[in-house]
Design a protein around this ligand. Sequence first.
Ligand code: SAM
Length: 291
Amino acid sequence: MKDIATAGRTKQILDKHGFKFKKSLGQNFLVDLNVIREVLDKAYISDKTGVIEVGPGIGSLTEQLAKRAQKVVAFEIDQRLIPVLDDTLSPYSNVKVINEDILKADIEAVIQTEFDGCEEVIVVANLPYYITTPILMHFLERNLSISRYYVMMQKEVGERISARPNSKAYGSLSIAIDYFTEAKVIRNVPKGVFMPPPNVDSIIVEMTARVRPKVAVDDEGVFFALTRGAFAQRRKTILNNYSMLFEEGKENKGRIEAMLKQAGVDPKRRGESLAIEDFARIYESLKSYPE
Ligand code: SAM
């Protein structure tokens, strides 16, 4: 039987099950084996690897993962796809499909119960683009035992995720990802490898989880609020953005200025020029600054 990730077999499967795509669920299925193989080669998947997949669709990527990995657990929100996956993945006994919204899933429990004997657990996914950031944060904020992520996403989001300071794409998302992982773009992906083709270009990003976050902060909520606040209006200085972020900031501009100076950050700089270490110093300075 032909692989699922081919245009011919995909059409056959869709016809057989009378399946109609739901745009609102970001359903664009991969029909190109070369792209999948290239990513899986980079991901060093062995028979000791456990894989979590988000959104298996009709199983295009899942099938290739099942051929290489020890075990694959795939979360699919669309109930209509469950009988399809039962059918297409029936030759693979090492796949478990869970019919659940990934944003509601207890991933930690799944890691503990499903990957016995695996040397590592990684995430591989062609993500539903409408919730790329919430999904990544759902994984990263939980301090899970996941060592690496290989994820297809909208090109513009992938560029923001992997951006460095002083670039147009750099912002609070780049910093949040840098805090938890080391991110790098693997390749751009043309629209033609999907059925149906999406409206946007795609990119595959590799994220290697850090053993511990890049900077040490004891309140991540406050730290990320500081990084987001610095980019509230990109063209404004950090001082002006923080004057809006802090309660009574307008009247207390002098105090914010002093706090930034104490952190060694020129108040006239813009958020886009500040690295994660600068924000860590601002965070420390804010903590130690007298009320
Ligand atoms: N992996 C398949 C492939 O590459 O052909 C399908 C990828 S498609 C871009 C995204 C998939 O994610 C769809 O099957 C969609 O139903 C599923 N999905 C959307 N939102 C989801 C959610 N919140 N939780 C789990 N799966 C979701």
